[in-house]
Every structure is written in C-alpha cells, then in structure tokens.
Design a protein around this ligand. Structure first.
Ligand SMILES: Cc1cc2nc3c(=O)[nH]c(=O)nc-3n(C[C@H](O)[C@H](O)[C@H](O)COP(=O)(O)OP(=O)(O)OC[C@H]3O[C@@H](n4cnc5c(N)ncnc54)[C@H](O)[C@@H]3O)c2cc1C
Ligand code: SF4
Length: 339
C-alpha cells in the first residue's frame, strides 16, 4: 500500500509550527513518529494535503523535574521514557507502560504526544480502502450506520492507547497550544468520548507537553519533592501477542499511601470505550482504607460494571469484560505492594 501524495512541512521552532498549523487549517495534519498516522494514510483513512513534521522541534523533546512536578515534552520518544532515570525513579509505572506499547522499533519512533492523540480503532475502520469499499459508510467514515452495533446511533470505535490510562491515574495535565496562546487541561479532558471525533483538539491546536504532579501532600516521605516510597502504580494489559499488539483491555491503578493507609486511589481503564474510563467507585472504596482482599474484589466488580466493550477490536466483549475484573485485581495487588 502506497502513501497518498502530500506536501511535507518542516518547521524549526514551535512558533513556526503553530503559524503553519493556523495557515493550513483542516488541510494539515501533525506527524510525530508517524507509526500510527502513516498506516492510516496508506489505508486512505486520512489524506491530508500537508504533513507538518515535529521532528526538528527539540524544544518538545525533554523530561525535567520542575517545582515538584515532572514535565515531559510531547515529542519525547517512548524509548526515552523507558530509559529515563527520572521516570524510572519517580514513575516506574510510566516506564513500565511505555515498554508495553507495540514493539521496540515502534517505541524508538513513537512519541508521547502521538500516543495520547491516537485515533479510536475498529475492525471495520482500520482496514484498507479496498476492504472498506465492500460495505456502506459507517458513522466514522461519514455514513449513517454502525456495522458493529446494529441500530446504534453513534460510533463505538475504541480508544486503545496504553499511556493515557496510566497518566490519568497519575493525574497528569497536558499543555495545548495554538498560534498566540497556550493552556493546560486535565489529560482526561483531551478525550471527547465520541468515536467519530475522539480527540478534543480544534483545528490549529496541538499538544506540547505533559505534566505529572507529585504524590498527595500528606504522602511525601523523606523530604524530597517526589518519591516512589509513598505510592505505587501498575498497568495490566491484555493482548493477543505480547510482542506487539494494541490492548484488548488495559487497567491502570495508582495508590498513594500515608501512615494510615490508602490516601488517594485511581483506577482507569483503556480499550473498553471511545475514551479512557475512570472507575469513580474505586476511589470511594479505597481511600481511607487499608485495602484487603474483600475491598479489592469490590473495586474489581466496580470496574467490571463500568466496562462495556463491544465486538470491534478482537476477542469477545464478554471475555474482555470479565478480564477487566481479573486485571483490576492484579493491578491493585501490584500497586499495593509498595504500601
Ligand atoms: C503494529 C503496531 C502496534 C501498535 N501497538 C500499540 C500499542 O500496543 N499501544 C499503543 O498505545 N499504541 C500502539 N501503536 C500505535 C503507535 O505506534 C503508538 O501509539 C505511538 O506512540 C504513536 O506515536 P507517534 O509519534 O508515532 O504518532 P503519530 O503516528 O505521529 O501520530 C498519531 C496521531 O497523533 C497526532 N499527533 C502526534 N503528535 C501530536 C501532537 N504533539 N499534538 C497533536 N497531535 C499529535 C497525529 O496527527 C496523529 O493523528 C501501534 C502501532 C502499530 C503500527
Ligand atoms: S464502531 Fe461502528 S461506526 Fe464506529 S468505526 Fe466501527 S463500524 Fe464504524
């Protein structure tokens, strides 16, 4: 499959990139590592007139500690995250999950920003143009029907990014920029939940960095700005081939500990809906507790209740949903191991 024709734009600064994004509007698409975008272009899911490469923007490629938080540039490669001593020390779960994305050659190319801005996926969408032509258009391709949920009134394509659930569990925020302005939003707000248009970026906008706060104030130990001694995290991923596949489901758990027990808790799912799903009940059940098996089983049940996969990315929805329960238990047990 060949790439469609496009013009390559190579800005040398963020300012120039934002100018070009503003100038070319809907005709331009940002390309970072290209590991996802180029596949979609070969499949003619996207045929932008211009590709705006972020490759030369060294100002978006950094990992640094700053006033108690860690800031990571959008162009940071997944391999850099995996190998970063700062990430390994402060957020081992982030290095863990980056190592679960695709396979090492794709981790060498793929970036943090590209991962967070992944389009949603569906067996009826991520196919060649030839394959898709055999069926009528669906909601995601401009039609009026869904091939997966008969009678459905919207697109149920699935958000399958691995990094977002972990970063949402870490309460990360992202910086969005457009020509002349920039602002910070909670990472969760980057996701619309609409399969047709899953990423809440307007024309002319792009992601420039991610910032992760330290542990809850009463969970700091040893006087340092951030420490892993007072919190734990884990990510569990179900996939066909451990060597490279997208998640069939993923569960991230982050628990903050103080002298009394669990001070703050977040459990976030991926690959069960068109956006990452926060298990709100998990925080209520875990916070203020010393989680025992019974509590963990209740949280696993709450995760099962909010997961509603449909049959569009492999395996069966029932199996995937049941595995949410199992993997939530495993993630919590591993995250609690540090308590
Ligand atoms: C075989 C295979 C297996 C894969 N397995 C996984 C997996 O297990 N888990 C997983 O999460 N991903 C997986 N991926 C997807 C992909 O490789 C990774 O998510 C990677 O991190 C994407 O980053 P990228 O820089 O290559 O994104 P790109 O392909 O460059 O971009 C992806 C999307 O993000 C947009 N974008 C990129 N940077 C920005 C920015 N700064 N601001 C705004 N928009 C931006 C692009 O316009 C595009 O829409 C897989 C891909 C392949 C081909
Ligand atoms: S879930 Fe339905 S509407 Fe969405 S991409 Fe798949 S078939 Fe199309």
């Amino acid at each position: 499959m060949r790439l469609p024709k496009f013009e390559h734009l190579q800005p040398e600064s963020l300012e120039e990139a934002l100018d070009l994004l503003s100038e070319h509007g809907e005709e331009v698409k940002v390309i970072a590592g290209g590991t996802d975008l180029l596949v979609s272009m070969k499949q003619r899911l996207l045929t932008p007139r211009y590709l705006l490469s972020l490759k030369e923007l060294a100002e978006l490629d950094f990992i640094e500690e700053d006033k108690g938080r860690v800031r990571i540039g959008a162009l940071t490669r997944l391999t850099t995250l995996i190998k970063s001593p700062l990430v390994q020390e402060k957020f081992p779960v982030l290095a863990q999950v980056a190592g679960y994305v695709a396979a090492p050659p794709l981790q060498n190319m793929g970036t943090l920003g590209g991962n967070l801005c992944l389009n949603t996926r569906c067996f009826f969408y991520n196919q060649s143009q030839f394959w898709r032509q055999a069926r009528p258009l669906c909601f995601k391709t401009g039609g009026e029907m869904c091939h997966v949920v008969k009678g459905g009134d919207h697109c149920y394509s699935v958000y399958q990014g691995d990094l977002a659930p972990v970063l949402i569990a870490l309460e990360a925020r992202v910086k969005v920029a457009r020509k002349g302005s920039e602002w910070v939003i909670p990472l969760l707000d980057l996701y619309t939940g609409r399969g047709e248009e899953p990423i809440a970026l307007e024309v002319g906008e792009m992601l420039t960095e991610v910032e992760i706060p330290g542990p809850a104030p009463d969970c700091k130990s040893g006087g340092s700005s951030l420490t892993t001694a007072s919190w734990g995290g884990d990510y569990q991923k179900l996939r066909y081939r451990g060597a490279m596949d997208f998640p069939l489901i993923g569960v991230a758990a982050v628990l903050h500990w103080n002298g009394e027990g669990c001070a703050r808790a977040k459990v976030v799912l991926t690959a069960v809906a068109s956006a990452p799903v926060v298990v709100e009940e998990a925080s209520k059940l875990l916070e203020g507790q010393k989680p025992d098996e019974e509590t963990i089983a209740k949280v696993a049940e709450a995760a099962y209740e909010v997961a509603h996969p449909v049959a569009n990315v492999g395996s069966t929805p029932l199996y995937r949903r049941k595995m949410v329960r199992v993997m939530t238990r495993r993630a919590l047990a591993n995250a609690g191991g540090r308590g």
